[in-house]
Each structure stands twice: as structure tokens, then as C-alpha cells.
Design a protein around this ligand. Structure first.
Ligand code: ZN
Length: 389
């Protein structure tokens, strides 16, 4: 799960919504039905359908379909980002098999407009342009009550544990809704989720005036380059095995980029440029054991490592030298802070200091989702946004 996974694994959830429908051609759905991308079969692929029943309220499931329950809102989705998590679900890898209920509508990054309010909702209004935090919790556990709802023990994730946003309509708790600033264009408003991963990682590590190494410049690693630059990093280094992504990292603000497959002396070079010490901050975004080992080798004693990449399985790691003797500070990063990270993102986007144009490489209609996944698999596409509405 290199580079791109924004959602932490957790307990499996029951199947939601209707099940296994054959793919159908695009077109306007009949009333009471909607267009959607469904994980309809326990096999590779996502099926496009135009006869998905409207979403059900989670807070009051006996309501008619399409009716938000108390504390919920119905949202008409406009654009949705395709995440690495969605690619795992599309490819039906071991993680997806262990986690994803067949029959679910996938997708968790979106922008849309509020269509209907459930009882008691006062924090948004019909017609408002919104995005939403995809990590849903009851806000009752220890972490939720102490300002850390992003790591709540009861988190359920949109498009992973319950029906998501690759559909015309979506029901979500109003407490998860984020009103979107008018200066933020739709294609960036649709990718607040992964941008939030990058911002949370960069801001947790603290990069102002620091030398920063980013290992792995997939979607979130590339976002981390532009965020770290905007947040005042003194010098940014990036590694990856994909030359095109390295070129883009340089364009976005990395002073030097390295391909560890072809350059065996890059760690020494970084050390020479940092008084022999190594970088102040490591942002590990690849999940690769080799990249993690190299990243810690390039980190100075007393440096800070923020880890977002998710290794596909446990691996051997030199804890003694990389963490204990080094006196390194190690941070695990999951999701985005509710709502500190969202305010930071809004400020950064509205300030115009983030360069995301080159990261969103394609916009496609939802019907062409297969093409989106092929573009991601080939490396030709980086971030792909689907036009849903
Ligand atoms: Zn995502």
C-alpha cells in the first residue's frame, strides 16, 4: 500500500445498500435511483450502475431512501477524488478482501452541495457547497473527547465501511460536513482528504526553517512537497523510484531529488549539505521498508520522523540505531485532525501558496472510472478527479 493510503485499517463492517447488479450504460436514472460506482463483485473492478437505490439514513434506517435522519444531511456529489484506497478496492487486494463489504458504494473524497437537512441540523444549509471529513465517529470515546477524533476507536470510513461518494447522492452526519470556501475551486475542494493527510503530516512534524526529506512522492508525497514549501521548510529533498514524479517534486519545490535505485550516494550527499548531521525532518510517505530505512539513515540525531506510508506487512527495522541511539522523535500519522487540519488547508489554499494544478492530472466522468484506475496503474495519471454530478 505504498504512497497513497489515507485510511487506517479497522474492524470490518456489515454490507450496506443493495447488492451485485450488472453494469449498465450511462444515462439518467429513474426516480428513486441514482448513478454510482459499486464494489458489486468479490473480484477486480468497480461496476458503474445507473439504478442504485438512493442512500439510506444510518441514524434512522427505517426512513424512506434519500431521507437524511436526525443529525444527518443528504449531499448531491459534484466531483470526487480517486484515492489509493479506491485503487486497492478496485484491484481487490488482500487488504480490500479483508475489509470491504461487497455491495458498497466506494469513494470518500468529494465536493458537492447540501440537498436536504435531517432533523436538528443547524451547521449547514440547503444549497451550500461542502466537502466532508470521511472518518465518522460517534464523538464519544476518549480521543474524540480530547481533541483527537481523527484517531477515535469507533471510526467508520466513508466508502470503506459504509456507502461513499462515488454516487450522485450521499448521506453523512452533519457533524462531518465542512463548508467550502468560495475561493477554492471544485477540483481542489474534491481532494481535501488526501491534502489533509499531507498537511497533517507536515504540520505535525514542524518544518519551518528545517531541512526536510520526503521519502516517496506519490500523490500525498507530492502534496507534502508543496505544503512543506508553503509552511516554510528551508530545504526539501525527495526520493522516489519514478523519474516523472521526481521531476514533478522538483517543480513543486524540492531542491534536490534522488532515485535510490540509480543513485547509491544520495544519503552521503544530503549529509554533506547538512553539516554532516542529516536532515532535521523525515516525512515517510512510501510505506517501503527500504525507503524507511534510508530515510532514518538520512535523519540527524534528535530529528523528527513523521510516518504516513503504510507498509504492506511487518518488516525488520533497526530500532536501536534509527530511533533509540539517534534520540529520534517518531510520529504516526493517521487521517486529518478535526478540524485543525481543515482550517490549515483552507488557509493554505486561499492564500494561493499551494501548487496542486500539476498533481491533478485528469478529470473524467464517473462512467469512465475504469480508465481512471488504468491511468493510475500505468503511472500516467497522478491524482484523478471524477465528475459525478
Ligand atoms: Zn483518500
Amino acid at each position: 500500500m505504498a504512497n497513497t493510503v489515507s485510511c487506517a485499517p479497522g474492524s470490518p463492517a456489515p454490507v450496506t445498500g443493495s447488492n451485485t447488479r450488472p453494469p449498465v450504460a450511462a444515462g439518467k436514472p429513474a426516480s428513486g435511483l441514482m448513478r454510482a460506482l459499486v464494489k458489486a463483485r468479490a473480484a477486480e473492478g468497480l461496476d458503474f450502475t445507473s439504478d442504485r437505490p438512493l442512500p439510506l439514513s444510518a441514524s434512522q434506517p427505517d426512513l424512506p431512501r434519500g431521507e437524511p435522519g436526525p443529525g444527518e444531511v443528504l449531499i448531491r456529489v459534484k466531483k470526487a477524488g480517486v484515492c489509493g484506497t479506491d485503487r486497492h478496492i478496485f484491484e481487490w487486494d488482500e487488504w480490500a478482501k479483508s475489509r470491504i463489504p461487497v455491495g458498497i458504494v466506494t469513494g470518500h473524497e468529494f465536493v458537492g452541495t447540501v440537498e436536504k437537512l435531517g432533523a436538528g441540523v443547524t451547521n449547514c444549509h440547503v444549497g451550500q457547497r461542502v466537502s466532508a471529513e470521511g472518518h465518522i465517529t460517534s464523538f464519544n470515546d476518549y480521543n474524540s473527547r480530547t481533541g483527537n477524533a481523527h484517531i477515535a476507536s469507533d471510526t467508520r470510513i466513508l466508502g470503506v465501511d459504509r456507502d461513499g461518494c462515488f454516487a450522485e447522492l450521499l448521506i453523512i452526519p452533519a457533524s462531518n460536513v465542512w463548508p467550502m470556501h468560495e475561493a477554492i475551486p471544485d477540483k481542489f475542494a474534491a481532494i481535501m482528504d488526501p491534502l489533509g493527510n499531507a498537511v497533517h503530516t507536515v504540520m505535525s512534524a514542524g518544518v519551518s526553517t528545517k531541512s526536510v526529506l520526503i521519502t516517496g512522492v506519490g500523490i500525498i508525497g507530492l502534496m507534502a512537497v508543496t505544503v512543506a514549501r508553503a509552511a516554510g521548510a528551508a530545504r526539501i529533498y525527495a526520493t522516489d523510484t519514478n523519474p516523472r514524479r521526481l521531476d514533478l517534486a522538483r517543480k513543486l519545490g524540492a531542491a534536490e531529488v534522488f532515485n535510490p535505485l540509480t543513485d547509491k550516494a544520495w544519503i552521503e550527499r544530503i549529509k554533506r549539505e547538512t553539516r554532516g548531521d542529516g536532515v532535521d525532518v523525515l516525512l515517510e510517505m512510501s510505506g517501503s521498508p527500504a525507503a524507511t530505512d534510508q530515510g532514518f539513515s538520512a535523519l540527524r540525531n534528535g530529528g523528527t520522523a513523521a510516518l504516513l506510508g503504510i507498509p504492506s506487512k511487518p518488516f525488520a527495522f533497526d530500532l536501536t540505531n534509527h530511533v533509540v541511539f539517534k534520540g529520534a522523535k517518531v510520529l504516526g500519522i493517521n487521517g486529518r485532525k478535526m478540524w485543525e487540519t481543515w482550517y490549515q488547508m483552507e488557509n493554505l489554499l486561499v492564500s494561493g501558496r499551494l501548487e496542486l494544478d500539476d498533481i491533478v492530472t485528469h478529470e473524467l466522468p464517473m462512467e469512465r472510472a475504469d480508465e481512471a484506475f488504468r491511468l493510475m496503474q500505468s503511472g500516467e495519471g497522478i491524482k484523478i478527479v471524477l465528475n459525478v454530478g
